[in-house]
Design a protein around this ligand. Sequence first.
Ligand SMILES: C[S@@+](CC[C@H](N)C(=O)[O-])C[C@H]1O[C@@H](n2cnc3c(N)ncnc32)[C@H](O)[C@@H]1O
Length: 206
Amino acid sequence: MNWDERYREPGFVYGTAPNEYLESVVDRIPQGKILSLAEGEGRNAVYLAGLGYDVTGVDGSAVGLRKAVELATERGRIITTVHADLSEFKIEPQQWEGVIACYCHVPSAIRIPLHQAAVWGLKPGGVFVLEAFSKEQLSYGTGGPQSPDMLLSLDELMQELKGLEFIHAVQRERDVREGSNHTGVASVVQILGVKKFDPPRENVLT
Ligand SMILES: C[S@@+](CC[C@H](N)C(=O)[O-])C[C@H]1O[C@@H](n2cnc3c(N)ncnc32)[C@H](O)[C@@H]1O
């Protein structure tokens, strides 16, 4: 997938409204700093900045992040963007009140250490929010990666996110209408977790 090419198309591939699941749980995230993994074109970062959060969005697409900054400017918001590959992005420990991952589909070799680092990166009491396609999404045909390795299972996620207390951890069907690429009934996983302890550090980038 060439994300720069996709984001060069006119308009916003996932729209400019925030992810619906994030919107439904945002009041659980303490005010402060939020790190958004795979932020893309800025819809979630700009929404969170509008609620007073200090948001940093990281993504591998420079084109997406440029659009994110333009969207923020247009709405009178300030966001920080970091152009980086998530396989190399270092998350400093205990820095963030919130970490969000909306449709952050990367190979498991990247995702597992990333999730461990994300839990490490949260301050105690910080909140992790995730929505993404489940492995069952392959049979729905309504968007998402075609590689099972890049799709999520709740059991695997809960292992990868050790250190969180799970307030909400479900796999469910929902009608996703978030831009032209995610349209229709889909199988998603959703996580809302609060940081309780630092997980083992064996896979975390140092
Ligand atoms: C499905 S889009 C989701 C964008 C955004 N989170 C949203 O919900 O609107 C996936 C995003 O992951 C980013 N991405 C994929 N692999 C990546 C990697 N290895 N490092 C950094 N970003 C990556 C892409 O550039 C893209 O913006």
